[in-house]
Unconditional design. Structure first.
Length: 397
Protein backbone atom coordinates (compact mmCIF):
# COMPACT_ATOMS: atom_id res chain seq x y z
CA UNK A 1 0.00 0.00 0.00
CA UNK A 2 1.19 3.48 -0.86
CA UNK A 3 1.32 6.10 1.89
CA UNK A 4 -0.95 9.14 1.55
CA UNK A 5 0.51 12.12 -0.34
CA UNK A 6 1.02 14.17 2.82
CA UNK A 7 3.48 11.51 4.04
CA UNK A 8 5.67 11.61 0.93
CA UNK A 9 9.35 12.44 1.25
CA UNK A 10 9.88 16.17 1.56
CA UNK A 11 6.32 16.90 2.69
CA UNK A 12 5.70 18.95 5.84
CA UNK A 13 3.13 16.41 6.97
CA UNK A 14 5.86 13.79 7.23
CA UNK A 15 7.92 16.02 9.53
CA UNK A 16 4.90 16.74 11.71
CA UNK A 17 4.06 13.02 11.85
CA UNK A 18 7.61 12.23 12.96
CA UNK A 19 7.42 14.95 15.62
CA UNK A 20 4.10 13.56 16.85
CA UNK A 21 5.47 10.01 17.00
CA UNK A 22 8.49 11.28 18.96
CA UNK A 23 6.19 13.03 21.42
CA UNK A 24 4.12 9.87 21.91
CA UNK A 25 7.25 7.80 22.50
CA UNK A 26 8.62 10.32 24.99
CA UNK A 27 5.33 10.40 26.89
CA UNK A 28 5.31 6.61 27.08
CA UNK A 29 8.81 6.62 28.60
CA UNK A 30 7.72 9.41 30.97
CA UNK A 31 4.71 7.36 32.07
CA UNK A 32 6.97 4.39 32.72
CA UNK A 33 9.03 6.57 35.07
CA UNK A 34 12.32 6.30 33.12
CA UNK A 35 13.47 9.74 34.24
CA UNK A 36 15.53 11.24 35.52
CA UNK A 37 18.57 9.20 34.58
CA UNK A 38 20.62 11.09 37.18
CA UNK A 39 19.24 12.42 40.48
CA UNK A 40 20.93 15.75 41.21
CA UNK A 41 17.82 16.91 43.07
CA UNK A 42 15.55 14.38 44.72
CA UNK A 43 12.60 16.77 44.92
CA UNK A 44 12.39 17.64 41.16
CA UNK A 45 8.79 17.12 39.98
CA UNK A 46 8.53 14.75 36.99
CA UNK A 47 6.23 17.22 35.22
CA UNK A 48 9.21 19.54 34.65
CA UNK A 49 10.58 17.04 32.12
CA UNK A 50 7.61 17.55 29.82
CA UNK A 51 8.46 21.08 28.49
CA UNK A 52 11.95 20.01 27.29
CA UNK A 53 10.36 16.95 25.69
CA UNK A 54 7.78 19.09 23.91
CA UNK A 55 10.47 21.55 22.74
CA UNK A 56 12.55 18.67 21.41
CA UNK A 57 9.57 17.41 19.39
CA UNK A 58 9.04 20.92 17.98
CA UNK A 59 12.69 20.84 16.89
CA UNK A 60 12.00 17.60 15.01
CA UNK A 61 9.09 19.29 13.20
CA UNK A 62 11.41 22.13 12.10
CA UNK A 63 14.16 19.81 10.86
CA UNK A 64 13.68 20.46 7.16
CA UNK A 65 12.30 23.99 6.91
CA UNK A 66 14.65 25.54 9.52
CA UNK A 67 17.63 23.26 10.33
CA UNK A 68 19.51 25.90 12.38
CA UNK A 69 16.43 26.77 14.46
CA UNK A 70 15.74 23.08 14.94
CA UNK A 71 19.27 22.45 16.22
CA UNK A 72 19.22 25.48 18.53
CA UNK A 73 15.81 24.53 19.97
CA UNK A 74 16.82 20.90 20.48
CA UNK A 75 20.15 21.80 22.07
CA UNK A 76 18.47 24.21 24.47
CA UNK A 77 15.90 21.58 25.42
CA UNK A 78 18.68 19.03 26.01
CA UNK A 79 20.59 21.42 28.28
CA UNK A 80 17.48 22.07 30.40
CA UNK A 81 16.60 18.36 30.52
CA UNK A 82 20.18 17.43 31.48
CA UNK A 83 20.18 20.04 34.27
CA UNK A 84 17.04 18.43 35.67
CA UNK A 85 18.66 15.00 35.58
CA UNK A 86 18.09 13.84 32.01
CA UNK A 87 15.21 11.83 30.56
CA UNK A 88 15.75 8.95 28.14
CA UNK A 89 13.07 10.06 25.69
CA UNK A 90 14.45 13.60 25.26
CA UNK A 91 17.98 12.32 24.79
CA UNK A 92 16.94 9.80 22.14
CA UNK A 93 14.92 12.39 20.22
CA UNK A 94 17.95 14.72 20.27
CA UNK A 95 19.90 12.17 18.22
CA UNK A 96 17.26 12.61 15.50
CA UNK A 97 17.70 16.39 15.69
CA UNK A 98 21.48 16.06 15.22
CA UNK A 99 21.01 13.66 12.32
CA UNK A 100 18.52 15.97 10.56
CA UNK A 101 20.79 19.00 11.07
CA UNK A 102 23.60 17.20 9.24
CA UNK A 103 21.34 15.95 6.43
CA UNK A 104 19.25 19.07 5.75
CA UNK A 105 21.43 21.86 7.12
CA UNK A 106 24.09 23.80 5.19
CA UNK A 107 27.54 22.19 4.79
CA UNK A 108 29.04 24.59 7.30
CA UNK A 109 26.64 23.30 9.97
CA UNK A 110 27.58 19.63 9.74
CA UNK A 111 31.29 20.47 9.69
CA UNK A 112 30.83 22.49 12.86
CA UNK A 113 28.81 19.70 14.52
CA UNK A 114 31.48 17.14 13.65
CA UNK A 115 34.21 19.19 15.28
CA UNK A 116 32.09 19.93 18.39
CA UNK A 117 30.99 16.32 18.97
CA UNK A 118 34.52 14.99 18.51
CA UNK A 119 35.80 17.60 20.93
CA UNK A 120 33.12 16.83 23.54
CA UNK A 121 33.82 13.11 23.25
CA UNK A 122 37.53 13.65 23.88
CA UNK A 123 36.84 16.04 26.72
CA UNK A 124 34.45 13.53 28.34
CA UNK A 125 37.03 10.76 28.11
CA UNK A 126 39.82 12.93 29.57
CA UNK A 127 37.62 14.23 32.41
CA UNK A 128 36.54 10.69 33.25
CA UNK A 129 40.12 9.50 33.49
CA UNK A 130 41.07 12.48 35.69
CA UNK A 131 38.03 12.10 37.96
CA UNK A 132 38.21 8.34 38.45
CA UNK A 133 41.96 8.16 38.34
CA UNK A 134 42.08 5.15 36.01
CA UNK A 135 41.74 4.45 32.30
CA UNK A 136 38.22 3.07 32.71
CA UNK A 137 37.13 6.66 33.17
CA UNK A 138 37.05 6.99 29.37
CA UNK A 139 33.58 5.45 29.66
CA UNK A 140 32.36 8.94 30.55
CA UNK A 141 32.87 9.92 26.90
CA UNK A 142 30.88 6.95 25.60
CA UNK A 143 27.42 8.58 26.10
CA UNK A 144 28.66 11.64 24.22
CA UNK A 145 29.82 9.40 21.37
CA UNK A 146 26.52 7.52 21.25
CA UNK A 147 24.25 10.56 21.59
CA UNK A 148 26.34 13.12 19.68
CA UNK A 149 29.10 11.74 17.44
CA UNK A 150 27.35 8.70 15.93
CA UNK A 151 24.20 10.57 14.77
CA UNK A 152 26.44 13.24 13.27
CA UNK A 153 28.54 10.66 11.39
CA UNK A 154 25.41 8.88 10.18
CA UNK A 155 23.88 12.15 8.98
CA UNK A 156 27.10 13.11 7.16
CA UNK A 157 27.21 9.73 5.41
CA UNK A 158 23.60 10.02 4.26
CA UNK A 159 24.13 13.61 3.10
CA UNK A 160 27.21 12.69 1.08
CA UNK A 161 25.31 9.81 -0.50
CA UNK A 162 22.45 12.13 -1.46
CA UNK A 163 24.86 14.78 -2.77
CA UNK A 164 26.60 12.15 -4.84
CA UNK A 165 23.28 10.93 -6.21
CA UNK A 166 22.29 14.50 -7.09
CA UNK A 167 25.65 15.02 -8.80
CA UNK A 168 25.16 11.80 -10.78
CA UNK A 169 21.69 12.93 -11.86
CA UNK A 170 23.08 16.29 -12.94
CA UNK A 171 25.87 14.55 -14.83
CA UNK A 172 23.37 12.26 -16.52
CA UNK A 173 21.25 15.24 -17.55
CA UNK A 174 24.34 17.03 -18.86
CA UNK A 175 25.33 13.91 -20.80
CA UNK A 176 21.82 13.71 -22.27
CA UNK A 177 22.05 17.35 -23.35
CA UNK A 178 25.46 16.74 -24.92
CA UNK A 179 24.13 13.69 -26.76
CA UNK A 180 21.22 15.75 -28.08
CA UNK A 181 23.63 18.51 -29.14
CA UNK A 182 25.84 15.96 -30.91
CA UNK A 183 22.79 14.59 -32.65
CA UNK A 184 21.79 18.01 -33.91
CA UNK A 185 25.36 18.69 -35.04
CA UNK A 186 25.39 15.37 -36.87
CA UNK A 187 22.10 16.27 -38.54
CA UNK A 188 23.48 19.66 -39.57
CA UNK A 189 26.66 18.09 -40.92
CA UNK A 190 24.63 15.54 -42.87
CA UNK A 191 22.44 18.29 -44.32
CA UNK A 192 25.55 20.19 -45.39
CA UNK A 193 26.95 17.04 -47.00
CA UNK A 194 23.68 16.43 -48.82
CA UNK A 195 23.69 20.04 -50.04
CA UNK A 196 27.19 19.56 -51.47
CA UNK A 197 26.17 16.33 -53.15
CA UNK A 198 23.07 17.96 -54.62
CA UNK A 199 25.16 20.82 -55.94
CA UNK A 200 27.70 18.48 -57.49
CA UNK A 201 25.13 16.15 -59.02
CA UNK A 202 22.61 18.70 -60.26
CA UNK A 203 24.61 21.83 -61.01
CA UNK A 204 27.34 20.15 -63.03
CA UNK A 205 25.03 18.27 -65.37
CA UNK A 206 22.61 21.19 -65.69
CA UNK A 207 25.52 23.45 -66.58
CA UNK A 208 26.32 21.23 -69.55
CA UNK A 209 22.65 21.20 -70.51
CA UNK A 210 22.44 24.99 -70.27
CA UNK A 211 25.59 25.54 -72.32
CA UNK A 212 24.38 23.42 -75.23
CA UNK A 213 20.84 24.75 -75.04
CA UNK A 214 22.24 28.28 -75.17
CA UNK A 215 24.40 27.36 -78.16
CA UNK A 216 21.46 25.89 -80.05
CA UNK A 217 19.28 28.92 -79.37
CA UNK A 218 21.92 31.59 -79.99
CA UNK A 219 23.63 30.25 -83.12
CA UNK A 220 21.51 30.48 -86.25
CA UNK A 221 21.90 28.31 -89.31
CA UNK A 222 22.91 25.10 -87.52
CA UNK A 223 22.57 22.02 -89.67
CA UNK A 224 20.78 18.87 -88.58
CA UNK A 225 23.96 17.09 -87.47
CA UNK A 226 25.02 19.97 -85.20
CA UNK A 227 21.59 20.21 -83.62
CA UNK A 228 21.49 16.44 -83.11
CA UNK A 229 24.94 16.48 -81.49
CA UNK A 230 23.91 19.24 -79.07
CA UNK A 231 20.66 17.47 -78.22
CA UNK A 232 22.57 14.22 -77.71
CA UNK A 233 24.86 15.89 -75.18
CA UNK A 234 21.86 17.45 -73.45
CA UNK A 235 20.16 14.06 -73.23
CA UNK A 236 23.27 12.29 -71.93
CA UNK A 237 23.88 14.96 -69.29
CA UNK A 238 20.25 14.80 -68.20
CA UNK A 239 20.20 11.01 -68.00
CA UNK A 240 23.51 10.90 -66.12
CA UNK A 241 22.30 13.55 -63.67
CA UNK A 242 19.08 11.66 -63.03
CA UNK A 243 21.00 8.42 -62.52
CA UNK A 244 23.35 9.95 -59.97
CA UNK A 245 20.43 11.67 -58.26
CA UNK A 246 18.59 8.33 -58.05
CA UNK A 247 21.67 6.64 -56.59
CA UNK A 248 22.00 9.29 -53.90
CA UNK A 249 18.31 9.05 -52.99
CA UNK A 250 18.61 5.27 -52.71
CA UNK A 251 21.53 5.69 -50.30
CA UNK A 252 19.58 8.14 -48.16
CA UNK A 253 16.55 5.88 -47.84
CA UNK A 254 16.06 3.43 -45.00
CA UNK A 255 17.38 -0.12 -45.64
CA UNK A 256 13.84 -1.49 -46.09
CA UNK A 257 12.60 1.02 -48.66
CA UNK A 258 15.20 0.83 -51.41
CA UNK A 259 14.19 -0.55 -54.74
CA UNK A 260 17.58 -1.81 -55.90
CA UNK A 261 19.00 -4.75 -53.94
CA UNK A 262 21.96 -7.07 -54.15
CA UNK A 263 21.73 -10.84 -53.96
CA UNK A 264 22.16 -10.65 -50.19
CA UNK A 265 19.08 -8.47 -49.92
CA UNK A 266 20.94 -5.27 -48.96
CA UNK A 267 20.44 -1.99 -50.87
CA UNK A 268 22.96 -1.28 -53.56
CA UNK A 269 25.47 1.42 -52.58
CA UNK A 270 26.74 2.89 -55.86
CA UNK A 271 29.01 5.92 -55.49
CA UNK A 272 31.19 7.85 -57.91
CA UNK A 273 34.87 6.84 -57.95
CA UNK A 274 38.02 8.46 -59.27
CA UNK A 275 38.53 5.45 -61.53
CA UNK A 276 35.41 6.59 -63.41
CA UNK A 277 36.98 9.94 -64.32
CA UNK A 278 37.41 8.79 -67.94
CA UNK A 279 33.64 8.72 -68.42
CA UNK A 280 33.38 12.16 -66.87
CA UNK A 281 36.07 13.49 -69.22
CA UNK A 282 34.23 12.04 -72.20
CA UNK A 283 31.02 13.85 -71.23
CA UNK A 284 32.90 17.11 -70.73
CA UNK A 285 34.58 16.72 -74.11
CA UNK A 286 31.23 16.00 -75.70
CA UNK A 287 29.96 19.23 -74.13
CA UNK A 288 32.65 21.18 -76.00
CA UNK A 289 35.75 21.35 -73.76
CA UNK A 290 38.95 19.65 -74.85
CA UNK A 291 40.58 17.83 -71.94
CA UNK A 292 44.03 16.26 -71.78
CA UNK A 293 44.42 13.63 -69.06
CA UNK A 294 47.72 12.62 -67.48
CA UNK A 295 48.21 9.99 -64.78
CA UNK A 296 51.28 9.75 -62.55
CA UNK A 297 51.99 6.71 -60.45
CA UNK A 298 50.15 3.43 -60.25
CA UNK A 299 46.38 3.64 -59.65
CA UNK A 300 45.24 1.68 -56.64
CA UNK A 301 42.26 1.30 -54.35
CA UNK A 302 41.40 4.44 -52.37
CA UNK A 303 39.36 4.97 -49.18
CA UNK A 304 35.70 5.50 -50.01
CA UNK A 305 35.64 9.09 -48.74
CA UNK A 306 38.80 10.01 -50.63
CA UNK A 307 37.58 8.29 -53.79
CA UNK A 308 34.28 10.18 -53.81
CA UNK A 309 35.84 13.53 -52.85
CA UNK A 310 38.48 13.28 -55.59
CA UNK A 311 35.84 12.45 -58.19
CA UNK A 312 33.62 15.36 -57.12
CA UNK A 313 36.54 17.79 -57.15
CA UNK A 314 37.49 16.73 -60.68
CA UNK A 315 33.84 16.99 -61.75
CA UNK A 316 33.41 20.47 -60.29
CA UNK A 317 36.74 21.71 -61.66
CA UNK A 318 36.04 20.51 -65.21
CA UNK A 319 32.52 21.95 -65.06
CA UNK A 320 33.92 25.32 -64.01
CA UNK A 321 36.45 25.10 -66.84
CA UNK A 322 33.59 24.42 -69.26
CA UNK A 323 31.55 27.34 -67.91
CA UNK A 324 34.24 29.98 -67.42
CA UNK A 325 37.36 28.80 -69.25
CA UNK A 326 38.52 28.43 -72.80
CA UNK A 327 40.95 26.38 -74.80
CA UNK A 328 42.14 22.99 -73.56
CA UNK A 329 41.96 21.89 -69.93
CA UNK A 330 44.55 19.61 -68.41
CA UNK A 331 43.69 17.01 -65.78
CA UNK A 332 46.50 15.40 -63.80
CA UNK A 333 45.91 12.55 -61.34
CA UNK A 334 48.96 11.67 -59.27
CA UNK A 335 48.94 8.55 -57.11
CA UNK A 336 51.52 8.95 -54.37
CA UNK A 337 52.41 6.66 -51.45
CA UNK A 338 50.41 8.60 -48.84
CA UNK A 339 48.06 10.74 -50.91
CA UNK A 340 46.34 11.25 -54.21
CA UNK A 341 46.70 14.64 -55.92
CA UNK A 342 44.30 15.91 -58.60
CA UNK A 343 45.12 19.04 -60.57
CA UNK A 344 42.96 20.79 -63.18
CA UNK A 345 44.32 23.68 -65.25
CA UNK A 346 42.69 25.67 -68.02
CA UNK A 347 43.11 29.07 -69.70
CA UNK A 348 40.86 31.81 -68.35
CA UNK A 349 38.30 33.31 -70.70
CA UNK A 350 38.89 36.98 -71.22
CA UNK A 351 36.22 39.42 -70.15
CA UNK A 352 34.81 37.03 -67.57
CA UNK A 353 32.04 35.85 -69.91
CA UNK A 354 30.36 32.63 -69.07
CA UNK A 355 27.42 31.13 -67.28
CA UNK A 356 26.65 32.62 -63.87
CA UNK A 357 27.30 30.45 -60.81
CA UNK A 358 26.28 30.43 -57.17
CA UNK A 359 29.88 30.49 -55.94
CA UNK A 360 29.41 27.31 -53.95
CA UNK A 361 31.69 25.16 -56.10
CA UNK A 362 35.03 26.33 -54.70
CA UNK A 363 33.62 26.34 -51.16
CA UNK A 364 32.36 22.77 -51.55
CA UNK A 365 35.68 21.54 -52.95
CA UNK A 366 37.63 23.20 -50.16
CA UNK A 367 35.32 21.71 -47.52
CA UNK A 368 35.69 18.23 -48.99
CA UNK A 369 39.47 18.46 -48.80
CA UNK A 370 39.42 19.96 -45.31
CA UNK A 371 37.14 17.23 -43.94
CA UNK A 372 39.68 14.64 -45.10
CA UNK A 373 42.63 16.60 -43.60
CA UNK A 374 43.84 17.37 -47.12
CA UNK A 375 45.13 20.48 -48.88
CA UNK A 376 43.25 22.55 -51.46
CA UNK A 377 44.27 25.55 -53.55
CA UNK A 378 42.48 27.35 -56.37
CA UNK A 379 43.45 30.49 -58.23
CA UNK A 380 45.27 31.99 -61.22
CA UNK A 381 48.73 30.63 -62.01
CA UNK A 382 50.82 31.82 -64.98
CA UNK A 383 47.79 33.06 -66.87
CA UNK A 384 45.84 29.87 -66.25
CA UNK A 385 43.35 28.87 -63.59
CA UNK A 386 44.55 26.00 -61.46
CA UNK A 387 42.67 23.82 -58.98
CA UNK A 388 44.81 21.44 -56.93
CA UNK A 389 43.67 19.06 -54.19
CA UNK A 390 45.90 16.69 -52.21
CA UNK A 391 43.91 14.08 -50.28
CA UNK A 392 45.64 11.71 -47.82
CA UNK A 393 45.01 8.03 -48.33
CA UNK A 394 46.17 6.90 -44.89
CA UNK A 395 49.04 4.80 -46.29
CA UNK A 396 52.74 5.34 -45.67
CA UNK A 397 55.10 4.25 -48.37
Amino acid sequence: MRPPPWLNSGALGRDLALAGASLVGGLVLHALGWQPQIHPHADVPSALFLPPLLAMCVAVGLRRIAPRTSLATGTGALVVDTALGGSLGTILIYTQVLYDACVYGPPRLWRWLLRVTIGLSLIGAVVGVLVFGQWRGVAVGVPVVLVGLLPVLTGISVRQYRDQAAAERARAEQTARLVELDRWQAVSAERARMARELHDVVANHLSAVAIHATAVLSVSGLDRDQVSSALRVIRESSVQGLAEMRQMIELLREPGTSGGRTLAGEPEAVTARLAEADGLVERIQAAGLAVRVRTDGTPGPLPVGVDLAAYRIVQESLTNALKHGTGEAELTIAYRPAEVVVTVENPVRRGGAGLPGAGAGLIGMRERATLLAGRFTAGPRDGRWQVRAALPTGEVG
